[in-house]
Design a protein. Structure first.
Lengths: 463, 263
């Protein structure tokens, strides 16, 4: 189906790039064969480091002509195997294309290369009194990767997701042509929105080599509230009421104490409160202290009326760090609590989230397996982890597959979707096909073929 | 156990403004917050009080707006708070501050233990705690990282001496300054805040309230130290990396140090 990489191909790539930026065979570190969680691994035959759009274009022209599969790689923090070269071939590492090219304060945009890390972009913007609102937990991910999965994060309730901040993209098509889509423009009714198609396409349609990202003025005050509840059901049942109360909420996060305890062990640091079984973590932002206090009082009173045990005020930098650093480490913390795990990044309408979590608890009991979860309760996106612990391989695979089937069936019943922000990649293809049905998948295949007639760019992913 | 926790309101940011005439820090230009170091000593105080069925009272010296920091200690679980506030206390250095605090503690009556943060984020001297103990004539230990044991008569603590850890058993009453990251401080409670509803009781002690106070040893007038200039320390980002075996490294290090006249 694909051409195997030959010494002549390696020599040709060394000609296109500098020889030291082309590694093959044993020279390639094993890290490049997998992501954080996808449950799939395969080594690329060649690993190349590209430094410019033109280099990426030249590589794609060569690969397309030779029918060699190509996979793009950022920080490798994906969770569904999207960045794993399952057919081998060429892997293009874009992490060295990591420059912030321009801050345009008149158009409120930042132009970046795809290898800029999320934490670098966030710090850069804050340093100039701006905010790049998308705030996924994995801060060492590249922004190119965030665009490719349409990452969401913890400010989505108020600010939306990565797609809402992509103004324009420069991309290399699988056939090597360089296109520009969108730009430093606020409005755009000019034809199909290719940038929106590329955003969330997990490196299957084109390779993003430059991005113009929208930024907003940095809010002067940010306040978080950590709210203990006597039960998970009460915590989560409060969420739709918070959504309805018209408060200026940036984040509504949900977690159970078991998850906090994993993170205490993982970080070696105590969380400020672990006395209650479940917590909501809210954030409010704005520019006036009086406004923030009014909003905080409103949501605090609401939570107390709904049975919250207290409302803890997280107002200073130190307090925010003590709470949010634990929140950001939840995934790694759960991972370190077990032998192996797989995840479900399901998204459901916000008013169904309580039912869905209760359902995962029922599954945990029925299958006698640990299923810790946490999530972006305010936007209906849950992160559910099925932990293998001491199960043997066969039982683990069987239980995992049955649990996934049941969860995604429930998501479908609730009119939810397979992934809120981690993507489909390799691991969730079947579940997406099941939810979307044949016609939509066929349309997606035709879109893929229009971009990539020889199907060389990240084959075997999404569809 | 009766505990007094000393706290200070510090500027909300690291950029502080200095009065060019007096050299004293202007405290009314930026929003204040509870000194981050005091959060750890306050947490130590509150958890010790829980363990021993004791009480925590908090004490601060500062302008009237420093009451906000004390209110926060009440929302965190302190029982009552005292603010030493008088123009005569203003502009104090570590000596005058610790004297004023010792007057305040005298007015507060019986105590078994006094807890202070290791230092503040504005002054950074780390001297007020130990000096206060001297003024009170009680034992003290600085850089406490852990309380190991407490009885009716003594307390056993672990202190961090950078290159060693020392375990000390001390008689009560005594004073401890608690290190950063010794624990995870609890958060202020909105429920407690709502219960108090702006009616937090903060006893204000002025100069006139203190018997036999020596005015000449208080405030700017009673401060032997005068601040000439205050500035954040330089952030040195330059690094030189030396490579080699032990002998090469030590030789090279000696050469550099003598070249720059450090040895």
């Amino acid at each position: 189906m694909y051409k195997a990489v030959t010494p002549a191909d390696i020599a040709a790539l060394k000609d296109i790039l500098a020889p030291e930026r082309v590694l093959s065979g044993e020279e390639i570190p094993v890290d490049y064969s997998h992501d954080e969680l996808g449950g799939v691994s395969h080594m690329p035959d060649v690993l190349v480091t590209a430094l410019s759009t033109e280099e990426v274009s030249a590589i794609m022209k060569y690969a397309n002509a030779e029918r060699i599969p190509v996979v793009v790689r950022g920080s490798g923090t994906g969770l569904v195997g999207a960045g794993v070269p399952i057919y081998g071939g060429i892997m293009i590492d874009l992490t060295k294309m990591n420059r912030i090219l321009e801050l345009d304060e008149e158009n409120l945009t930042v132009t970046i290369q795809p290898g800029v890390l999320l934490m670098e972009l966030a710090a850069f913007c804050e340093g100039h009194d701006y905010m790049y609102p998308p705030d996924p937990g994995e801060k060492s991910a590249t922004v190119g990767g965030n665009i490719s999965t349409n990452a969401g994060g913890m400010r989505a309730v108020k600010y939306g997701v990565t797609r809402d901040y992509v103004r324009g993209l420069t991309a290399v098509l699988p056939t090597g042509e360089i296109i520009k889509t969108g730009g430093k423009i606020v409005k755009n009714s000019t034809g199909y929105s290719i940038k929106d198609l590329l955003c969330g396409s997990e490196g299957t349609l084109a390779i993003i080599t430059e991005a113009i990202m929208k930024i907003v003025p940095l809010p002067a005050i940010t306040l978080s509230l950590l709210i203990p509840f006597p039960s998970m059901e009460q915590a989560i049942a409060t969420v739709p009421k918070l959504v309805r109360c018209k408060a200026s909420l940036v984040a509504i996060e949900f977690f159970e104490t078991e998850t906090i305890l994993f993170s205490e062990t993982y970080l070696g640091k105590r969380f400020p409160d672990t006395k209650a079984p479940a917590y909501l973590l809210l954030t409010i932002d704005g520019n006036e202290q009086a406004f923030i206090e009014r909003e905080a009082d409103k949501v605090s009173d609401l939570c107390l009326a709904e049975g919250a045990l207290d409302v803890f005020i997280v107002d200073t930098e130190e307090r925010k760090t003590s709470v949010w650093s634990a929140r950001s480490a939840f995934l790694e913390a759960i991972k370190s609590s077990t032998t192996e795990m797989d995840e479900c990044d399901v998204v459901v309408p916000r008013n169904r989230i309580a039912e869905f979590i209760i359902y995962t608890h029922e599954l945990a009991q029925e299958f006698d397996i640990r299923i810790p979860s946490f999530g972006h309760a305010g936007d209906g996106n849950l992160h559910i982890y099925i932990c293998r612990d001491a199960l043997d391989e066969e039982t683990w695979k069987r239980k995992l597959s049955e649990i996934f089937d049941r969860m995604y069936a429930k998501a479908k019943e609730f009119e939810g979707l397979v992934s809120g922000e981690h993507g489909i990649g390799y691991a969730k293809k079947d579940y997406m096909a099941e939810i979307y049905g044949e016609d939509t998948i066929a349309l997606m295949r035709r879109i893929k073929a229009a971009f990539d007639p020889n199907c060389i760019l990240n084959p075997g992913k999404i569809i | 156990m009766k505990i007094i926790a000393c706290v200070k309101q510090v500027p909300g940011t690291s950029e502080v403004e200095i009065d060019p005439v007096t050299g004293a820090m202007k405290r009314d230009t930026v929003a204040g917050k509870l000194n981050p170091y005091d959060l750890f000593s306050l947490e130590t105080a509150l958890s010790l009080a829980e363990q021993t069925n004791g009480t925590v009272r908090t004490l601060s010296m500062g302008p009237p707006q420093a009451a906000a920091a004390l209110k926060e200690t009440l929302w965190m679980g302190a029982e009552s708070a005292v603010l030493l506030s008088d123009r005569k206390f203003g502009g104090a250095d570590v000596a005058a501050t610790s004297l004023a605090l010792s007057y305040g503690i005298r007015e507060m009556g019986d105590y078994d233990l006094i807890l202070c943060g290791k230092q503040t984020t504005d002054g950074d001297t780390a001297q007020v705690g130990p000096e206060l103990a001297e003024k009170l004539g009680i034992e003290h230990a600085a850089n406490v990282t852990k309380v190991l044991d407490v009885t009716d008569h003594d307390i056993t603590v672990e202190i961090d001496l950078d290159d060693a850890v020392e375990v000390l058993k001390m008689h009560l009453p005594c004073l401890l300054t608690v290190n950063k990251d010794a624990n995870t401080p609890r958060l202020p409670s909105y429920v407690k805040k709502r219960e108090m509803d702006g009616k937090e009781e903060i006893r204000v002690i002025t100069f006139a309230d203190i018997k036999n106070a020596d005015e000449n040893k208080l405030g700017l007038k009673g401060s032997p130290t005068q601040v000439e200039r205050i500035f954040p320390p330089d952030k040195n980002k330059e690094k030189e990396m030396l490579r080699g075996d032990k002998e090469q490294l030590s030789g090279e290090l000696y050469r550099i140090l003598s070249e720059r006249k450090f040895v």
